[in-house]
Design a protein. Structure first.
Ligand code: CMC
Length: 437
């Protein structure tokens, strides 16, 4: 039997019902969203597990940070819509909101920004760490390595049982990620590292560390900083997605927060998750012109072709991704600012979106553009190479990861994450000595 084929067989109707053994399972309700069936005592009482690969029907935890209604296409952070946060707020405000549950007052905001900026620099020894990488290393490979190494440098914030240390670890992660990301970029392109400047706002500081060179004066472009800040807010958190679940699972064993965030970065790298913006831009470039779109739509619909429309579809959104609308508007603003009126990739994207949205295949499967559909074009116009796209996603998502990690550690019901399995391998058999095989 091919190893890729499932060996599991349906084993008849539910034996619980057959044997008449009924157990009561408690139904729990949150403030919004579907109720959940509490199956914690299921195995103890019935000897059976639930089977849910990909966790399509499983709530892995209780959380009060982010809520998504995939049918409606809404995204709330602590009750505020993503549209309101991107229109009126700043990324720092969103960080405070995600971490502490409330939008900050003016004085809280000043204190929070001050405390974060006090951690933007890296231990000087870390600069040597970068030099161990090949110059052509993918910046995400550098991110995995350097962020994983942080725990070797900041011993005074790795005790997860100490509330103060947990808070400092959160601040350090939010503050240092732009510095590390910009350094990964500079190293990749062979330019000198630019140190952070604490008199600049978060997005300005990041853009300067990425694009300033010692030979020239760096001039801030408010429209680009504004767009960068919005992109950070849009990616800040997204409930129990693959990378966040990875951070929680890693953290459930008591691992230090820096190691957990490195695990999240590794997960984010995949093309089905954070790598999709890079993949979406490559796809638009490959399509190249509007007249080739039907060919690619046909490929996406062909069951025998593994090609998918990158930047389309979402596990949770079965409606337009609300972040995609904001991203689309930002994309137009950035292109205008950098003077690209008729970007060919944007033309392909707009037409591809139009054709796909009118196509029955995409309508029936509820496939809509997601945030990654327009973010690649926007980031490219801002001057980032495609290899940096997922890195930028990681910078923004760090606050979500660390807020979810902190929430998990402070949850009294928290246990090590340990899923079970449906075993389909060999039953016990006798060992055969090598000369008898
Ligand atoms: N193009 C063509 N067909 C698709 C696509 C697509 N982009 N996405 C899903 N489908 C089809 C798929 O073939 C399947 O068809 P069938 O039922 O006939 O087998 C059906 O739609 C359901 O797909 P699925 O893979 O079972 O759905 P999922 O919830 O497991 O996957 C997804 C969600 C995001 C991985 C998937 O839609 C995808 O691969 N999209 C492209 C990659 C992408 O844009 N990812 C970014 C996600 S948003 C950013 C983030 O949160 O990281």
């Amino acid at each position: 039997m091919s190893p890729s084929k499932s060996r599991a067989k349906p084993s008849g109707t539910d034996q619980l019902a057959d044997s008449g053994a009924m157990i009561d399972l408690q139904v729990m309700s949150g403030t919004m969203g579907p109720d959940v069936i509490d199956v914690r005592k299921l195995y103890a009482e019935t000897g059976k597990f639930t089977y849910d690969p990909g966790f399509t029907s499983t709530a892995s935890c209780e959380s009060s940070i982010t809520f998504i209604d995939g049918e409606e296409g809404t995204l709330l952070h602590r009750g505020y819509t993503i549209e309101e946060l991107t229109e009126h707020g700043s990324f720092m405000e969103t960080c405070h909101l995600l971490l502490f549950g409330e939008l900050p007052s003016k004085s809280e905001m000043l204190e929070f920004e001050h405390d974060i900026t006090m951690h933007t620099m890296l231990h000087e020894q870390l600069y040597n760490f970068f030099k161990g990488f090949r110059r052509d290393a993918h910046p995400m490979a550098i991110m995995c390595g350097v962020v994983g190494a942080l725990s070797a440098f900041y011993h005074d914030s790795t005790d997860i049982t100490d509330e103060h240390q947990r808070k400092i670890a959160c601040y350090r992660m939010i503050a240092k990620m732009p510095t590390i990301a910009a350094m990964a970029f500079k190293y990749h392109i062979g330019q000198p590292f630019i140190y952070p400047r604490n008199d600049l706002r978060y997005a300005d500081n990041f853009l300067r560390m990425c694009f300033a060179v010692p030979a020239e004066n760096w001039v801030n472009r408010p429209a680009l900083s504004h767009a960068m800040d919005k992109i950070f807010i849009l990616h800040a958190d997204h409930e129990q997605n693959a990378s966040t679940s990875t951070v929680r699972l890693a953290g459930s064993s008591g691992a230090n927060p820096f190691a957990c965030i490195a695990a999240g970065i590794a997960c984010l790298w995949g093309p089905a998750h954070g790598g999709a913006n890079e993949a979406a831009l490559s796809m638009l470039a490959e399509i190249g012109s509007v007249d080739r779109i039907p060919e690619y739509i046909a490929k996406a619909k062909d069951k025998d072709d593994p090609f998918r429309l990158m930047g389309f579809g979402h596990r949770v959104y079965k409606n337009y991704d609300p972040r995609a609308r904001v991203m689309q508007a930002s994309c137009h603003e950035v292109l205008e600012e950098v003077g690209v009126k008729n970007d060919p990739l944007l033309q392909v994207a707009i037409e591809l979106e139009r054709i796909a949205l009118e196509d029955d295949y995409f309508a029936e499967k509820k496939l809509f553009p997601n945030i990654d559909f327009y973010s690649g074009i926007t980031l490219k116009a801002m001057g980032f190479p495609t290899s940096m796209f997922t890195v930028l996603f990681a910078v923004a998502r760090t606050v979500g990861w660390i807020a979810q990690w902190r929430e998990m550690i402070e949850d009294p019901h928290q246990k090590i994450g340990r899923p079970r399995q449906l075993y389909t391998g060999e039953p016990p058999r006798a060992y055969v000595p090598i000369d008898k095989r």
